[in-house]
Structures are given as structure tokens and as C-alpha cells.
Design a protein around this ligand. Sequence first.
Ligand code: 5GP
Ligand code: MN
Ligand code: MN
Length: 477
Amino acid sequence: MPDGIIRVGTDEWEIPVGYVPGMRVPGRFFLSEALAGLLEPGALQQLANVATLPGIVRYSLGMPDLHWGYGFPIGGVGAFSLDEGVISPGGVGFDINCGVRLFTTPLVRADIKKPRELIESLYRAVPTGVGAKSTAKIPKEALLSMMVKGARWAVETGYGTTRDLTRCEEGGAMNDADIRAVSEKARARGIPQGGTLGSGNHFLELQEVSEIYDEKAAAAFGVKMGQVCCMIHCGSRGLGHQVCTDHLKVLETATKRYNIALPDRQLACAPAGSPEGQAYYGAMAAAANYAWANRQMILHAARKEFVRMFGMDYESMPLVYDVAHNVAKIEEHTVEGRRARLLVHRKGATRSFGPGAPDLPGDLAAIGQPVIIPGSMGTSSYVLAGTATAMERTFGSTCHGSGRIMSRSQAKKKLTGKEVADALLARGIIVRAPNEAAIADEAPDVYKPSSEVVQVVHDAGLSTLVARLTPLGVIKG
Ligand code: 5GP
Ligand code: MN
Ligand code: MN
């Protein structure tokens, strides 16, 4: 660990005020010894930089998947006062409301006699790759509804069931979307991409439930040993990216106008209540809603393939949950014994609300929110449950994945996409992607070991292990 970092618990570390000039609060992060060895020092610097921002509350927080990102680190959480605090696109990321959802099927692995055929038909059903175009013709007015109603628009349009909405963070839509703050250019990018997976890290994966850690929570979440599940990871595509790009420009100017001193230009921000801050918040919410609609459309397309190939009921494939991992939201939290409304930025971090959280459907109220943490195409992914400890310590947040340890260019030098795919196939995992290069970028060893990362959040009590999922086949964007 770099000099000056203080160990404050088994897997918990502090960056004291003063580590970089201007810090208003300390940084706190969660890492085991083994993961500490994989940490990029730049990510700690970024975590400390976030602690200099006006109105930050208690700590700048890092989860065990912490790594370098644009301005804010990925695996970072920052909560800001609504009166004195700021909002920053760097604290959300370019892929606004990138997130993960998981649905179960009534199948077990042995029911899938032709796995290659299933993967191929899912691949055909879900447009994939950088410029993937939607098969659904989305009219201009529908785009507006997507941005306002999110997953509800999709369900009303025939993509899914109303029950699905109860299994989405925020019910699948944020209330404060402001479509006026979404540029024509962003809209134009959104129209052809509704219902598409995108590229790179995004995926649709067939998995098998291979271990249950918590029987009661697993039963409440509808997750059973041996069951085949499907996990979907994607976000707001070009629309969200454009919203981020557009508003970063505005906020870079606003930073100067409001005399906010920044250690890094990439932390461009504005007071949460300023016109510029509000415009970004409204546009970000619109992009987040688009992402929820997008994941709902993909869920529907995947379910239809299962219905077609196995003749099962559409309703026999319930959604376990959908979480956002790149978003800023106004939430109520207890700080020093008092309830406060805060603007919580989660950038590569997942909400982890504990039992009794207002947003949970009745049957999950006693258990906590389902948390979905992907691993990699060759390692396990996990379902966890949100906790009271997360509410107390991390503004109800946990990690979002394993986190990258190798850049895309490094990965490409190591193995070719074909070598990676062949090695996975030898382990029974089918990989399908539009091109092979995309596979090399995403080899399992470009990520930290997922088991280690989730163990840290489990031990720290930020979310508790419920089930382990192993990959059977994956579609990569
Ligand atoms: P991000 O949104 O930060 O790009 O990725 C979230 C996480 O997804 C990564 O940290 C990684 O752990 C996980 N991940 C990336 N690719 C795959 C994949 O193909 N399958 C699974 N299960 N997880 C993946
Ligand atoms: Mn993501
Ligand atoms: Mn993404």
C-alpha cells in the first residue's frame, strides 16, 4: 500500500485528509491484502481527489473492484449535500445507467441439449456490437416515452410484464428526467439502438446456479440450485454517452463560473442546485430511463427465444432483479443520527439497500435488495443481498463487478481472441461475439478474481452472499 494510507480494519483502509491538498473528508476503501497487490495507485489518487469536491459527505468511498476511471475511480461512491454539494458526470460515467439484470428459467443444464444452437439463436435475437442497430423500429415519440417512463414504456409496449417493474431498482425509471436537456444528437443516437447490447464489456450470459450460500434469501429471490439463468449487462448506448459528452462541456465552464477549484479537470461539476447541475441531472435521468427500457427490451427478446426453443411459458422466467451501476440519485440516508437527502453518485458501484428499504417489493422487505455482481466470462458471477451495514457505512452501496486489472491494449498483446475462446470452450463455455478481437479484450484474467472481490464485500457486510452462478455460454458485444 502506498505511504500514508492507514489500515482501519481487516479489509478496510483510509486515505487521511491531506493525502492530496484540499481534501474535505477522508477516503475509505475496502480491499483484501491480495486485492491490494492489484491496485493501481492512480485509483487511490482519484479517490482522494473526489474527497476535495464541495459538499461531499463523510467519505469518498472505494469498493474492492476499485480501478482507474474518468475523473472518479470506477468502484467509487460519493454522496453530496443537496445544498452545498455538487453533481459531476465523472461520478456517473459515460455509460449512464450501465447495469445488470438477471432472470431465471425453469431449465437445468441437462435440459439444454444443443447449447450452441441456443447461444446462436440468442445472438441473432439481440443485436450486438459497436454499431448494433435495433430490429424494433422506434418512432421519435417512443424515444421520448423511453426517456420518461423507462422500463414501464417497454412493458406498456409489450416487452415484458408489470411484475418485471417491481424487480427493478427505482421501478425501472427515475422521476426527474428532463428530456429538454437531451440534445438532438443524443436522441438521434438513441433511436436506432433501443434493444441492442452494444460492445466490449457488455454481455448476455447463460449461467447455472452452482452454489447457494443463503437458502432463505435465495428462496425469496427465486433462485434455485442447478437452475439455468440469464444475465444481461448493458447501458444507455450512444444516447447516454452523448448526454455525458454534451454536459461535460457545459459543466467544465460551470466549474469556472462557480469558482470550484479542482485537482483534475475530469472532475468537472456544478452545484447540485445550479441550472447547469440540474440540466445534467435531468438529462442523466432521461438516459438512465432509456437504459432501463433497453435492458427490458433485451430481456423480452431473450425470453422469446427460450419460449420458441423450449416451448415454456413466458411467465416461467421471472426477473430476479435489475441494478444500475453508473448513476447519481437523490436518496435519504442517516448521517450522524439525522436523516438527510443526499445526491449519491455510484460509478461502477451497486446500490445495496438493506431490509426495510422503501423501494423494495413487499416479499423482499425482510431480506434486502438483490445485488447482482458479474464476474467474467470464465469466472463466477454472484447474487448477494443488500444490508443494514451498507446503509450505515457506504450510503447503501457495494461493488459492481470484479473490476479490470489489465487495459484492453495489454490484453490484446497477451492472447488472441481465438485462443481465449478455445480455452473457454475446453471448459464447456461457449463464447459468441461479432469479432474475435472483442473476445481478447475480455479474457477472464483482465479482471480481478470475482470470488475474492465478493468475499471482501461479504466480510465487510456491505452485501451478503446468496448464490454463485457459473457461465455456460456468453454473447459479448
Ligand atoms: P463494467 O460495467 O465496469 O465494464 O463491468 C462490470 C463488470 O462485469 C466487470 O467488472 C466484470 O467483473 C464483469 N464482466 C465483464 N465481462 C463479463 C462477462 O462476459 N461475463 C460476466 N459474467 N461478467 C463480466
Ligand atoms: Mn457496466
Ligand atoms: Mn457499460
